[in-house]
Every structure is written in structure tokens, then in C-alpha cells.
Design a protein around this ligand. Structure first.
Ligand code: PLP
Length: 335
């Protein structure tokens, strides 16, 4: 929903006609640009806004799973030529699959040159901005027009706590405001509660979703989050090194943030289908153990085991135990 809100603000700010009044059919097709690694919620957002998922351009990624900025520029130019009206780029800061951060500074340049809205989906990675050692990965994010991030991911709060930060609140109001109904019109004035969120988002009224996030921040403070997030990334680095140095395991993508993609690949097993099956069975056996919970992934077509660290009580000893179990279970399966 945070990403959807951002894209709606982007559409209304950049379309060039009054889309809210006249609808999307009153102008040319609106082009939205993102990478093949972008989370599907942005494509769904385009559908929900009537832009059409067919007008979402999934730009290819490089060997490090980052959007190819040259291809992005070329596609925008091609679309303009064909009469499409490009309006926004979604960059990702911490992709769902491999935790990669897109080249934000370069994307910011494209958006500035082309007059496009620069949105960053930082749902997973955003909170890592708090950690001194991880912050440099996000260079360029400060130029974004909007950023979505999820406290229910790497701020460890319970579901749901999606956040959206928009540079220009006035554009946000223009994207959602309605002629106010008599029964609430005076609330802002009487209560002095500040900005009325009912005028800035799809919801008119809402529960106090922010309470848990606010209280958590008050209780622990910024530095505690920074320490914990760095610690998670360090644990993932430790596990990544174990997998990398073991002759029967391989990393399927470079370790990024606190995400790891690996597979079991003993020398005696060569065929792609057989490897996929072996790793599928390994994942099932590991999850059935009840000792750890990992997810399946596909990286460049290959079945991959995805490990994400992001729990306030996860310590080095848990990660060591996890690695021992992964290694022993794999060995037993092969036998
Ligand atoms: C980058 C990114 N965007 C969006 C989402 C969707 O978030 P949610 O499942 O909390 O709606 C995810 C989920 O993992 C994500 O990683």
C-alpha cells in the first residue's frame, strides 16, 4: 500500500492532465519503469491505478542484479518516440530476492534529466539506513521523490507497518483530497492534531497502526536499531563465508544486506534438474526439522535456498547451529 500510494501521487503529479477528474483514458499511455527484480506490488499498483500492467517496463538487470541504467534510458526514449508518456521510475533498495540496492544516484540522474518521479521501494532495506556501515549502499536515496519502507520487515515490529515518505506533502494531498464532508471538516482546527492523514491517502479513517512503530522507536532508540541491523548483516556475512568456503556449497548471488542465496552442489551431482530436486528436498528437510525456517527462491532459473536474518533474538550461536544443520542434513540426504 505504501508503494501504491507513492505511485498514485507520482501519476497525478506527472501525467500532465487532470487524471483524477478525466481518467487515464484522457491522455496517452503512462509508462512506469522498474527492473525485472522489482517486487510485484508495483506492477499491481499500476494495474490498480488503471495504467495497465502492460505499460510497466521491466528493464533487465546486470550481473549484480541491478537495473541496467543504459537500457532504462533507451527504453524511455523509445517509448517517447512511440507516444507513451513516461512518468516514474521505481528503484529498489534491497530487492526481495537478493537484497541488492539499485544504482540510486544514476537513476536519480535519469529522473532529473527526463522529468520523471523517482520512487524508491525500500520495503526491506530502508531501515538499514540507520546503520553506519550499511548507509553508504543507499547513496542517492536522498534525491528520491518518495520512499516506501516497512517497519514490519527490518525494524522488527509486528505486521503491519508500511511507511511512505513523500518529499512534497502538497502533492500527496492533491492526489487524495476530496471535497470534505461536513462532519469532519472542522476536525483539524478543533483538535490541533496536525496533518489530517485522511486527506493524504486512500483511507478516510484508520486504526492507530503507527502506535507499535512509534513505541518501539521510543523504547529502543535509533542506535539500538542500528546495532541490531548491522549485527544481522554480520551474521549473514558469517554464514555466507561458511557456504562459500565449503566445497559442496555455493552462493547463488552475492550476499547483500542480511539475505543469502545458496545451494548444495556436491561434485557428483551435475544435472540442473537433479540439483534443483536435491535442493528442494534439502529445504523441505530443514524446514520439517522445526529448527529453522528458510524459503525457496529461483536465481537465474536455478532452485535456490534463501536465508534471511531479521529477528531480534537471533545470535551467532543460532547461526552456527543453523549452518551445522544445513551441512549435516545435506550430507545425510546425499548419502
Ligand atoms: C522490496 C519489497 N517491496 C514490497 C514488498 C511487499 O511487502 P508486504 O508483503 O509487506 O506487502 C516486499 C516484500 O517482501 C519487498 O521485499
Amino acid at each position: 500500500m505504501a508503494n501504491f500510494i507513492a505511485l498514485k501521487v507520482a501519476r497525478d503529479a506527472k501525467a500532465g492532465w487532470d487524471v483524477r477528474r478525466d481518467g487515464v483514458a484522457a491522455g496517452p499511455a503512462l509508462g512506469l519503469y522498474l527492473s525485472t527484480e522489482t517486487h510485484v506490488v508495483s506492477i499491481r499498483g499500476a494495474d490498480m491505478m488503471g495504467i495497465g500492467s502492460g505499460n510497466v517496463r521491466q528493464i533487465p538487470v546486470d550481473d549484480d542484479y541491478r537495473i541496467r541504467v543504459g537500457d532504462l534510458r533507451a527504453r524511455i526514449a523509445e517509448d517517447r518516440e512511440a507516444g507513451v508518456h513516461p512518468f516514474a521510475v521505481v528503484a529498489t533498495a534491497g530487492t526481495v530476492s537478493t537484497g541488492v540496492v539499485d544504482p540510486l544516484e544514476e537513476i536519480a540522474d535519469v529522473c532529473r534529466d527526463e522529468g520523471l518521479w523517482f520512487h524508491v521501494d525500500a520495503a526491506y532495506g530502508g531501515p538499514a539506513m540507520l546503520a553506519d556501515d550499511l548507509r553508504p549502499l543507499f547513496a542517492g536515496i536522498e534525491q528520491a521523490d518518495s520512499i516506501a519502507f516497512d517497519p514490519h520487515k527490518w525494524l522488527y515490529t509486528p505486521h503491519s507497518g508500511g511507511c511512505i515518505v513523500v518529499r512534497d506533502m502538497e502533492l500527496m494531498r492533491r492526489a487524495f483530497d476530496v471535497d470534505y464532508v461536513a462532519y469532519v471538516v472542522k476536525d483539524e482546527e478543533h483538535t490541533d492534531w496536525g496533518i489530517d492523514l485522511g486527506r493524504h491517502s486512500p483511507n478516510f479513517s484508520r486504526g492507530f497502526w503507527a502506535l507499535k512503530v512509534w513505541v518501539s522507536l521510543l523504547a529502543h532508540g535509533r542506535k539500538a536499531y542500528a546495532r541490531r541491523i548491522s549485527h544481522d548483516a554480520e551474521l549473514a556475512r558469517y554464514l555466507g563465508a561458511r557456504a562459500e568456503e565449503h566445497e559442496d556449497f555455493e552462493l547463488m548471488a552475492p550476499r547483500r544486506l542480511a539475505l543469502l542465496n545458496f545451494r548444495y552442489h556436491p561434485r557428483s551431482v551435475g544435472g540442473a534438474a537433479e540439483l534443483d530436486r536435491l535442493n528442494e528436498r534439502l529445504l523441505e528437510a530443514l524446514n520439517d526439522s522445526g529448527e529453522l525456517y528458510l524459503t525457496q527462491n529461483r536465481v537465474r532459473g536455478a532452485y535456490t535456498i534463501r536465508l534471511s536474518i531479521g529477528q531480534t533474538s537471533t545470535e551467532r550461536r543460532h547461526v552456527e547451529a543453523a549452518w551445522t544443520r544445513i551441512r549435516d542434513t545435506a550430507r545425510a540426504l546425499r548419502a
